[in-house]
Design a protein around this ligand. Sequence first.
Ligand code: PLP
Length: 372
Amino acid sequence: MTAADDATSQPRPVRLREALGGVPAYAPGRPAPEIAGMTTFKVSSNENPYPPLPGVLEIVAAAARTMNRYPDMAVTELTQALADFLGVPHDHITTGTGSSGVLTQLVTATCDAGDEIVYAWRSFELYPIVTALAGAVGVPVPLTADHRHDLDAMADAITDRTRLVIVCSPNNPTGPSVHSDELEAFLAKVPPHVLVVLDEAYLEFVRDPDTPDALDVYRRHSNVAVLRTFSKAYGLAGLRVGYAVAPAEVATALRKTALPFGVSRIAEDAAVASLGLFAELDERVEAIVAERERVAQGLAAQGWRLPDTQANFIYFPLGEHCTELAEACRDAGLVVRQYGDDGVRVTIAEPEANSRLLELAAGLRERLQPDD
Ligand SMILES: *Cc1c(COP(=O)(O)O)cnc(C)c1O
């Protein structure tokens, strides 16, 4: 007889880790709604609106023929291709299932229960999740009034328990990149046993000349790792592949914490091929950056005061007016990402979607962000 047969006995609940109680659920970008007679756009996940780079689909199709086999556990070809591309030793590179996967590896490699992870807030919503999953303690440090990292406050937030500091540049969801001088001043204050991760998911879109060269920073500091992804500029979000560049002993630890065979043959081949397509990548990134500038300048001309953006999205910090903007966007066929009463993030997407945003924003500016 099973417990279910016996109406009087209550099955005892499965014991789960207490840490899970503190884990916020990841809010995925919603799909675009169907609205009769209207093309709708998902501008909620910072995806690339373009199809894969030329030839990559064919390479993926060919790699798919080997799906009965496990991939190369060491991800040798991609690791070597990245080492050549970046000019770093191959044993300083770890790949993973998107940079989200590598971020989880970073936390697993550095934090025991109760250890602290310092990050800016608001920033990437995965940071508090991976922190809580590890039983670590998140130390969120508020952004400055202009929605940038407050690196002085982040340095002050470091304690004996800090094992990891995450710097997101450009910051998702607000947009600005950190600057070289402030980052150097910050790193000078971080104890050498604390690992600093520079999350550069949007690196390719950056045009702010004060942004540091993260690889140069990593070469000069023994406690800096750089986190990058093929999901955004390269347009391979669905294949799940990202990487970290880290000091050799950190990279070795990261490989130990990787999900075995996490990077598929398909993802590896697509990433290697994409990495070689400099001109084609550049063309698409330039098109997205040009659209970003068109939207940012158009919004500024309408009177909007918004944070600088170096990524493929625009952030509207509208407080109590966030829902109004998100609903107006939805009615216009744009699904955006709303962060409660903090702000609304809109991905730079197809020109038609971007124009629609400009159009609807024009009529809302005075009410949602009155002149003071
Ligand atoms: C999108 C994003 C990532 C990575 O995504 P993956 O698809 O897991 O590589 C990492 N960091 C930030 C800040 C992002 O916005």
